[in-house]
Ligand binder design. Structure first.
Ligand code: NI
Length: 400
């Protein structure tokens, strides 16, 4: 009987020990260098702490990147932890493409971008190139260094010079071949700016006393309709708005001289007149690379002495909108509607917000009336061939 009990106990023990390998299944672990290892389940956690992984994917080495150019090779298992402390999965995420004016491009690490910027590289391709248009109106991206050559090849930065800009009263704008402009006019479209046609009516919008904080709004409206204007600036305002003036010149606008600090020239000494004019010319040249060819005396005050002292023509006006007084966009438009005729020089002031509002309606109104909006110099040259220094212009009538 005792022997039998012993046999039962032995059988139970044997079956228990036989069972243990089933409960304690082996587990295969993977190292990043390709080794594998089989360990019992209970030892897996310990092995994971010393660089073993449960799947080949987790063990696989990946490269991660930092913005300062460092790279690191880690098991894929740690990817998320590294992402949380500033590492990236692709080199694209830690670099910029930067551009030079001559059209070269370069990938640099983000931490070095500022250094490259300081030595003449740019973050955006738009900063080193412009859109230019061929005779068919097709768009070309031209690097700044190649602009002059592109111009020689017939490209222009102004699409309205190679195609007719047309607009609808509801604000839509399209470009069409010049020969189709008339057909579009018959179905309710109006001409925006385009090639200057000396046989069609034209007027010159002029803005005094700036540049100021509303000048860019005026420019955006002019740009939208492909038209130009003349800005008679005070020299003392130029330094604060260099980019604005540069933009005006780039849009084909003209910059005139309105003295350095708005002095009454008829009450100034010869020396003051000379410095007020020349300091403004220098300021405009430094900002835009172009010297003013015209001046407008502040308060419209001139006499024969003033005219003889300044080697430029004095530009007055034929339409005084009184925008500086009314500060009312509707009244400014009404004044233009009432008084404008072919060859008019229209006086406004871009230092007032309501004037910038008025331009939004004045420009399309004049275009709808069939006027071309040109600079003062373009107006005089188109009508009289040349501009005469010392002469006073207040409107430039058609000669035909
Ligand atoms: Ni003024």
């Amino acid at each position: 009987m005792q022997k039998r009990i012993f046999c039962v106990i032995l059988a139970v023990l044997v079956s228990i020990t036989a069972f243990i390998p089933f409960a304690e299944a082996d587990c295969t672990l993977y190292a990043s260098d390709g080794r594998t290892l089989t360990v019992s389940d209970e030892r897996v956690e310990a092995f994971k702490k010393v660089g073993w992984y449960e799947t080949p994917e987790e063990a696989q080495l990946i490269t991660m990147y930092a913005t300062d150019g460092r790279t690191i090779s880690i098991a894929a298992f740690h990817r998320e932890a590294f992402e949380k402390v500033g590492w990236y999965n692709t080199i694209e995420e830690v670099t910029y493409t930067m551009y030079s004016e001559d059209g070269r491009s370069l990938r640099v690490f983000k931490d070095e971008g500022e250094l490259y910027r300081q030595v003449g590289w740019f973050y955006n391709i738009e900063d080193v190139s412009v859109k230019m248009y061929d005779a068919d109106g097709n768009e070309h991206l031209v690097f700044n260094a190649n602009i002059e050559e592109a111009k020689k090849n017939g490209l222009t930065p102004y699409r309205f010079e190679v195609q007719q800009l047309m607009f609808a009263a509801d604000g839509r704008i399209i470009y069409v071949p010049f020969e189709l402009a008339e057909a579009y006019e018959k179905v309710g479209w109006y001409r925006g700016g385009g090639k200057l046609d000396p046989t069609r009516p034209m007027v010159a919008l002029t803005f005094d006393d700036g540049p100021g904080k509303y000048t860019d709004r005026v420019l955006s409206c002019l740009e939208k309709y492909g038209v130009r204007a003349t800005f008679f600036v005070q020299g003392k305002n130029v330094a604060g708005y260099k980019n604005t003036l540069k933009r005006a010149v780039e849009l084909g606008c003209e910059i005139g001289n309105h003295t350095y600090s708005h002095v009454k020239l008829t009450a100034s000494s010869g020396q003051t007149i000379a410095s007020q004019i020349s300091n403004t010319n220098t300021a405009v040249y430094n900002a835009t690379g172009v010297y003013p060819k015209l001046y407008r005396p502040p308060y419209g005050a001139y006499n024969s002495s003033v005219l003889s002292r300044i080697a430029m023509p004095a530009i007055m006006w034929s339409v005084d909108t009184l925008d500086w007084k009314t500060r009312n966009a509707a009244k400014t438009l009404a004044s233009v509607q009432k008084s404008t005729t072919d060859g008019a020089i229209i006086l406004m002031h871009d230092i007032h917000s309501p004037t910038a509002d008025a331009v939004e309606t004045v420009v399309p109104y004049l275009l709808m009336q069939g006027y071309q909006l040109v600079t003062v110099s373009e107006l005089i040259e188109a009508r009289q061939g040349s501009i005469v220094n010392g002469r006073v212009y207040n409107k430039v009538k058609p000669v035909y």
